[in-house]
Design a binder for this molecule. Structure first.
Ligand code: ADP
Ligand code: MG
Length: 406
């Protein structure tokens, strides 16, 4: 039997032994233990181990090559990064991330709380389910984790130690390529452009130099603005949700970057959900997504400000006017990233089901044009988006613009 002292890619039967050894506190009913690989992501192997007495654990192991492509290799150290950030996020925002029971840098594996009593938010929203507490909960999570890891609040040397520990160059490389580069030039031929929109994409993205100039600015900002310990991939597939709670998972893209990156990702992915509801004229669902767009922006900004007031330590950051300046730049980044995420998920390599499952070709083409049109405004006019309502208006204006062109 393996003693897990050398790395190997586990099979389901190995994971049962692993769980017995590493998570003994579950008091396993050993004879009824079962294990199933439930991973649906692109990068890792996720196993659920359970027994007949209701105990369960999730075991996530990083492979050496990616599930999506044998030729792409990423350091399995990403599993340590993911485990350590979940532990830290759990301290800053208790209850908002799965509990980590243990992690293991030899096997590149972590054992965590089973969140199966929640749905994956994207999947639930594809069924047009609504969650009235979501905006309040996600804004609390973001405000506490994002402001809680800034230089304004933290001891500067501790912050730099965290920055070093979460440097994450390989995962950042992926974001820099798939979010900040390829959607604007398809330089590696990996974009997935919906055929009826090929001309639209060429004209509005590939041949749009003023847009590329703004994206270049945002890209260099993403690479150099070590503002907060961000999740780095905070889309609705990285969120577990039910009536009562919201839990964020899969933070392996985390690093010290601009906090607007996370906030903008949440908003863009709610806009995709809106598009999906709009196609079937599901008014109640669209109304809810619209309120979420407005509330996530307003509540997150308000909570960031309140957290700042309460926890700011840097004396120069206490200078009257600095907080307002700081929050303004975060809101502009949020707008820019909302646009970037809308574009990259519409035309880039990794798409979203909210759009790709729209069966009617014309309706899908229209939805994608709305996303791209809104995105361009979010990026080009990012300094003008002053409140949640402005974000919603950008979406509504894009709808009008696309419909007027038909
Ligand atoms: P990847 O890094 O490969 O994207 P994820 O962390 O997103 O992996 O996990 C893939 C899937 O496994 C999730 O979409 C979810 O269905 C399931 N999963 C992951 N973590 C948990 C958890 N803590 N509880 C329940 N299911 C989980
Ligand atoms: Mg995932």
């Amino acid at each position: 039997m393996a003693d897990f002292s050398n790395y190997f890619l586990m099979k389901e039967e190995d994971v049962i032994e692993y769980a017995k050894l590493k998570v003994p506190q579950k008091n396993w009913d050993e004879s009824t233990m079962t294990c199933k690989e439930i991973g649906d992501g692109n990068l890792n192997y996720v196993f659920k181990v359970q027994d007949a007495k209701g105990h369960s654990v999730i075991v996530k192991q990083a492979g050496v090559s990616l599930r999506i492509s044998e030729d792409m290799h990423i350091d399995p150290d990403r599993n340590r990064v993911e485990s350590e950030i979940l532990i830290l996020q759990g301290k800053l925002a208790p209850g908002y991330v799965p509990e980590i029971y243990c992690y293991d840098t030899v096997m590149s594996t972590c054992c965590m709380q089973d969140c199966s009593d929640h749905a994956i938010m994207r999947t639930a929203m594809l069924e047009h389910k609504t969650y009235p507490k979501f905006a309040d909960q996600i804004s609390t999570f973001m405000a506490q984790v994002l402001m809680g890891t800034t230089d304004a609040v933290m001891d500067h040397q501790e912050k730099k130690a965290l920055q070093k520990s979460f440097i994450n160059p390989q995962l950042c490389d992926i974001t820099e390529a798939l979010v900040y580069t390829e959607p604007y030039n398809d330089e590696l031929g990996r974009n997935n452009v919906f055929a009826p929109n090929e001309e639209f994409v060429k004209k509005n993205l590939y041949e749009n130099d003023p847009l590329k100039l703004e994206v270049a600015k945002l890209k260099m900002d993403f690479m150099t603005n070590a503002q907060s310990l961000i999740h780095g991939d905070l889309h609705t597939g990285s969120i577990f949700i039910n009536e009562d709670t919201t839990m964020v998972f899969d933070p392996e893209f985390c690093f010290y970057g601009p906090m607007g990156y996370d906030i903008g990702n949440v908003i863009a992915n709610i806009i995709f959900a809106w598009c999906n509801g709009d196609v079937t004229d599901d008014q109640a669902f669209c109304d809810w997504t619209e309120s979420v767009i407005v509330d996530v922006v307003n509540m997150t900004m308000a909570k960031l400000g309140a957290y700042y007031d309460k926890h700011v330590t840097d004396t120069m950051c206490k200078t009257p006017g600095y907080k307002e300046y700081y929050l303004k730049s975060i809101l502009a980044d949020t707008s820019g990233v909302t646009g970037l995420e809308l574009i990259r998920r519409t035309v880039g390599m990794a798409n979203v089901k909210d759009l790709t499952t729209i069966a009617d070709e014309k309706k899908r083409a229209r939805a994608e044009q709305i996303c791209i049109t809104a995105a361009i405004d979010f990026i080009m006019n990012r300094a003008d988006k002053k409140c949640g309502k402005c974000f919603l208006n950008t979406l509504k204006d894009a709808v009008k613009k696309v419909d007027a062109q038909e």
